[in-house]
Design a protein around this ligand. Structure first.
Ligand code: OOB
Length: 541
C-alpha cells in the first residue's frame, strides 16, 4: 500500500514551482551531479573512513542494487536506526535512489518506539548497527522482530549475527527509474504531544529547497566542513543545513560518533571543521571545556544552537569563549526553520531565535480563537510554506486538529514577533517536555505509567532545570501500594521506552488539581513542582 499523506494544494505547488523554490531535483540526482563536477573531493569523514563524492555515489548505487535484490522497492518503508557512521549516508542515498523511504529513528529509541514505527509505517526492513555506545542493537532487533512479523529484513551494519549483513549487500549497480521530485523521500519523527509519535512525510522538492536555502543562509560552499555531532537522523543536523545541505554545496561532512568535547574537539582541529550544530546543554558543556582546556578550535566559524531555548546569558558568551559566530536555529521536523543571520547585530543573535529562512514562509501569531494577537504580543505560532507539511502520514483525525482548515501547521509553540521581524520563543502550549532538545510527549509516558498495577492515575509535566532547561516530573496517584520512583523507571525501561523519556522525578499525590472545566491542570502541577524545587535551587547557588 502506498503511503497516504496530504500534499500541497495545486495552487500552492504551482506557486512554489513558479517561484523557483521547488526545482524538480531529487536526492539521487543531486549526488550524481556533485560526483560529476567534483568527484575527487572528500564528501564524508567518519572514523577511519574517508569517501570522495565519486565513491559515495558509487557505493550508493551498489547498495541500492543490494536493497533491490532483497525485494525492497519504490514506496517501501525502511526503519533506519544508525548512529553517525558512513553507512548512514550511504543507506540514505541508496534508499533515496530506489525511491524507498527511510523512517528516521534515533539511536536512543528502544523496542517500544521502534516496534511502533515498524508497524505504523508497515516497514519491510529495519536497519541497525551491530553495537554502538555499548548497546547491542541486534538484541533490540530480535525483540522488534518478535513484535512485528511483517518485517521482512533486519539488516546490520557490522557483525550481523543471524541477520542480513549490510556490507554483504553491495552489488553491481543496476538501472532504476528512481522517484520523482514530488514524491515523499523519507519520514521524520515528530516530537509529538499525543500518545503515539507521528510520522512526517518530506518530499525531495520541499526538503531540497529547505537545505539549499539553509546552506545559502549559512554561506556554505565547497570549502565548508560541517561536523554532525548531534544524531544524524534528526532534522537539525540532517538538513539545517547539516549533512544534506553540505553535500548539496559540495563541502565535507565529518560524522562525530559522540558530541562530547573529548571526541569533537580533536576532530574539529584535525578536519578543519567550519560549522557545527548543538543543542543548548551541549553548547554549555563545550564552552566549559573550551575554557578549561587549550584546543585549536580556530577553524570554527559558526556554532548553531537550537532544538530548545538557548538562554541569552549563555548565548552572549559564545563568541568570546569559542571564537565563532553564534547562530540560533529554531526549527521543527514538520518544516519551518528560523535562523539568526550571520551578519545580524549581536543583540538579535543573543536575544532572538531568528526569522524564517524563506520569503514564502507564512507566519501567524494567534490567540486561542485563532485571531492574530496585537503587535509584539505573545501567541500561538501557526505556519505554512514551501517546506512545511500539510499533514502527517496516515493521521487524518489528528491532522484536523494539528492544522488549520487553510493548511497552517499549529506548532504548539508560544512566540512573540519582535519589531525586527525575528521570533522569540516564549513558551509552549503543546503537552510536551523539551529535555534539552529531546522531546517527550507527556501523554505517551502517562499511557505507559498507567499500565503499572500500582498506578491509578498519572500526569507528566516539565520542571525547570538549569542544565537541560526542563526535566520530566511524573505526578502519580497510587493504587494500593505506593510504587517507588526507581521501580516505575525500571517498569518503563522494561516496556522498551527510550531512556530520555523516563521521568526524572516522581511525585506521589492523592489528587490532581483541576481546571475550571474539570481537566487535570498541568499548569498547577508545573507550579507545584517548580515551587518545591525553589529552595533547593537557592541553596545550590
Ligand atoms: C527541532 O525539531 P523538533 O521537531 O525536534 O522539535 C521542534 C520543537 C519546536 O516546535 C520547539 O518547541 C522546539 O522544538 N525548538 C525550540 C528551538 N528549536 C526548536 N524552542 C526554542 N528555541 C529554539 N531554538 O528541534 C529542530 C529542527 C530543525 C532545526 C532546529 C531544531
Amino acid at each position: 500500500m502506498m503511503p497516504t499523506w496530504p500534499a500541497w494544494p495545486k495552487a500552492f505547488a504551482d506557486l512554489y514551482r513558479e517561484t523557483g523554490c521547488w526545482r524538480g531535483e531529487t536526492f539521487g540526482n543531486m549526488l550524481r551531479e556533485r560526483a560529476k563536477t567534483h568527484g575527487g573531493s572528500i564528501a564524508v569523514v567518519a572514523g577511519e573512513t574517508r569517501l570522495t563524492y565519486a565513491e559515495l555515489d558509487e557505493r550508493a548505487d551498489r547498495l541500492a542494487a543490494g536493497f533491490h535484490a532483497l525485494g525492497i522497492g519504490p514506496g517501501d518503508r525502511v526503519v533506519l536506526q544508525l548512529p553517525n557512521i558512513a553507512a548512514f549516508v550511504e543507506a540514505c542515498f541508496a534508499l533515496f535512489r530506489l525511491g524507498a523511504l527511510p523512517v528516521f529513528a534515533l539511536p536512543t529509541h528502544r523496542s517500544s518506539e521502534i516496534a511502533y514505527f515498524c508497524e505504523f509505517a508497515e516497514a519491510v526492513a529495519y536497519l541497525v548497527p551491530d553495537v554502538h555506545d555499548g548497546f547491542d542493537y541486534r538484541g533490540l532487533a530480535r525483540q522488534v522482530q518478535g513484535k512485528c512479523p511483517m518485517l521482512r529484513h533486519i539488516i546490520v551494519a557490522g557483525d550481523p549475527g543471524e541477520f542480513t549483513s549490510l556490507e554483504g549487500l553491495y552489488a553491481e549497480p543496476i538501472n532504476m527509474p528512481g522517484p520523482s521530485p514530488a514524491d515523499v523521500a523519507f519520514m521524520q519523527l515528530s516530537g509529538g504531544s499525543t500518545g503515539l509519535p507521528k510520522l512526517i512525510p518530506r518530499t525531495h522538492d520541499d526538503y531540497i529547497y529547505s537545505l539549499r536555502t539553509s546552506a545559502d543562509i549559512c554561506r556554505l560552499d565547497r570549502s565548508s566542513v560541517y561536523m554532525a555531532a548531534l544524531p544524524a537522523a534528526h532534522n537539525f543536523p540532517l538538513s539545517s543545513p547539516g549533512i544534506l545541505g553540505t553535500l548539496y554545496t559540495g563541502g565535507k561532512i565529518v560524522l562525530a560518533p559522540r558530541p562530547s568535547p573529548d571526541e569533537a574537539f580533536p576532530l574539529i582541529a584535525r578536519e578543519g571543521v567550519t560549522i557545527t550544530a548543538l543543542v543548548p546543554p551541549l553548547a554549555l558543556i563545550w564552552m566549559e571545556a573550551a575554557e578549561a582546556r587549550r584546543h585549536d578550535l580556530s577553524s570554527l566559524r559558526v556554532l548553531q544552537v537550537g532544538g530548545a531555548k538557548f538562554s541569552p546569558e549563555a548565548a552572549a558568551r559564545v563568541r568570546s569563549v569559542l571564537g565563532c559566530t553564534l547562530q540560533q536555529v529554531y526549527g521543527m521536523a514538520e518544516g519551518l526553520v528560523n535562523y539568526t543571520r550571520l551578519d545580524d547585530p549581536e543583540e538579535v543573535i543573543i536575544h532572538t531565535q531568528g526569522r524564517p529562512m524563506s520569503p514564502y514562509d507564512e507566519i501567524r501569531v494567534v490567540d486561542e480563537e485563532d485571531r492574530e494577537v496585537g503587535e509584539g504580543e505573545t501567541g500561538h505560532l501557526l505556519t505554512r510554506g514551501p517546506y512545511t507539511i500539510r499533514g502527517y502520514y496516515n493521521a487524518e483525525a489528528h491532522n484536523a486538529k494539528a492544522f488549520t482548515s487553510d493548511g497552517f501547521y499549529r506548532t504548539g509553540d508560544l512566540v512573540r514577533l519582535a519589531p525586527n521581524g525575528c521570533l522569540v520563543v516564549e513558551g509552549r502550549a503543546k503537552d510536551q517536555i523539551n529535555r534539552g532538545g529531546e522531546k517527550v510527549a507527556a501523554e505517551e509516558i502517562e499511557n505507559h505509567l498507567l499500565a503499572h498495577p500500582n498506578v491509578h492515575d498519572a500526569a507528566v509535566v516539565s520542571m525547570p532545570d538549569e542544565f537541560l532547561g526542563e526535566r520530566t516530573c511524573a505526578f502519580i496517584i497510587p493504587r494500593g501500594r505506593t510504587p517507588a520512583a526507581g521501580e516505575l523507571r525500571a517498569f518503563l525501561r522494561e516496556r522498551g521506552l527510550a531512556a530520555y523519556k523516563l521521568p526524572d522525578r516522581v511525585e506521589i499525590t492523592d489528587r490532581f488539581p483541576q481546571t475550571a472545566v474539570g481537566k487535570v491542570s498541568k499548569k498547577a502541577l508545573r507550579e507545584t513542582i517548580a515551587a518545591k524545587l525553589q529552595p533547593r535551587a537557592a541553596s545550590d547557588a
